[in-house]
Design a protein around this ligand. Sequence first.
Ligand code: FRU
Length: 497
Amino acid sequence: MVSQTLREARKYEETMEKCIGEAARPAFHLCPRVGWMNDPNGFSFYKGEYHLFYQYYPYDSVWNQMHWGHAVSRDLLHWTYLPAALAPDTAFDKDGCFSGSAVELPDGRQLLIYTGVVKEPLVDGSFREIQTQCIAVGDGRDYEKYSGNPVLDGESLPEGGSRSDFRDPRIWMEEDGTYRCVVGNCTENHDGRILLYESRDGLCWDFVSILAENKNRFGRMWECPDFFELDGKYVLLTSPQDMMPRGFEYHNGNGTLCLIGSYDRENHVFVQEQDQAIDYGIDFYAPQTVLAPDGRRIMIGWMQNWDTCNLRDTKHVWFGQMSLPRELSIKNGRLFQRPVRELDAMRGREVRYENVAFEGITRLPGVTGRRIDMELVLHVDESLQGERGLQKFAVRFAQDDVCHTAVSFRPHESLLKIDRKFSGSRRAFIHQRRSLVPVRDGKLKLRMILDRFSAEVFVNDGEQTLTLTFYTDQSAEGISFYSDGRAVMDVVKYDLC
Ligand code: FRU
């Protein structure tokens, strides 16, 4: 039975999407059918297709009562919208269907587990949120909420757990056919932790352990956990709120955190060995992964950050995009990300230059565009030779007479910076971010993917990524290279079509 609330949302999105021209959306990054989008939810492979749900408010381009939007794809790049999957329409989720995940049941149905939010009035007239975990089961299009909801509530919390910060269940099936899920939570002092639960049927859940604890190291509440095995290690991804900066690794505000380590199966605890940011750019948060049928672990994130949502184009009746889906691997104790290989099939016209030596500003014929895949190798060792060795190198893109966005590198500091302050923004907030990047074998490698309103920079074959959005007029499609001192580079550029 489709509720009135969901029926209305479906009708609204179907009507309103017609007002959005194809060119007013990103070409191969998912944005909401209409209205607002945040976190990826229920990222899964089901009945021969990838399903991606998302935090969704169709009626406005700002966050409000959360629904789940829904889209499917065969190649992770071309998405087809399906009708909204969930609306806040029961006693357990009347104030929002927050983030969650999906798993296929043995009978072929798909189970969604998500956070139901209810606002509870307090004596002083204010409210506090109560968050519980709820279930809906369906066929890949329509989902019915489970009559036994919620399946996890305050009773399911270990001692001292906050009932207001208990969200974002991430479910998976173990080899023996039983289920596990991790849920974000914090203590009464707002210190983040990840809880592990188990279930035989996906409906009835038991608390297992506190899988990991923040202990006041990385921000406060930990949102949107994901936990999986990768290249012989265990990886815990989470998005902490209220981070404090640490060198160039973590920045203030909402951040992303990747913990790499092992899993102590006896005590059900994660044993951490390394920590790092997931993305070093401006707009990336709340990523979720899927295990593809061919064994790849693929991650997609919300290509925004709560602290930077003010940069927007008011012309658009949508807001929020997903990042490119990225293949994950671990090398030398670090998380590596590369754009899904499906992107290679979209590569069109190739333009190639080798050993371009220059100083000052240069442009390369054929190197332009706002939907491109560009690989750039800066020969740092060679560039540093001679009288006027390289001081600073920059690529400027989405450029016209007035605007550009830039990626720049200072070899003497090993700092890479992204900067969108000249992208056409009239607001004063975060427009830059810097990251410490190593030069490897005398080279700095940058792969840049541009798609109308965003740029994703993959550094040194995916050792680091920097992601940002911008809304420069689409006619600004120039690319130029700047060098203070001598630079030597190779450039290969493909149009993406
Ligand atoms: C993360 C988040 C989640 C929550 C959702 C609400 O971006 O805050 O913790 O479930 O967004 O839309």
